[in-house]
Write a protein of this length. Structure first.
Length: 88
């Protein structure tokens, strides 16, 4: 019933005896709404937290790398607004 079940203690110390993958599978079975959180724990444990953070975007460097035959293509997600970067 917790909002973040991966951060609360589990009965019988079960959580501490499991691998991140096993914890994610339990979350998938019991709380499918928390599956993403479980997968993020696996990524953080195996690869590191830096793989969970999106890389910063440097428009000036990207522009310098482009030319007339290598254009810049922007793939935007819902709600993204690159105008502030373009105007700058």
């Amino acid at each position: 019933d917790a909002d973040k079940p991966s951060e609360t203690s589990w009965p019988g110390g079960l959580k501490e005896s499991m691998s991140p993958l096993q914890r994610a599978l339990v979350l998938l079975a019991v709380r499918p709404d928390c599956t993403v959180q479980g997968l993020q724990e696996i990524i953080a444990a195996k690869l590191g937290r830096e793989y969970l953070e999106p890389p910063s975007f440097n428009l000036e460097k990207s522009f310098d790398d482009s030319n007339s035959v290598t254009p810049l293509i922007f793939v935007l997600s819902s709600g993204a607004d690159p105008m502030a970067e373009i105007v700058r």
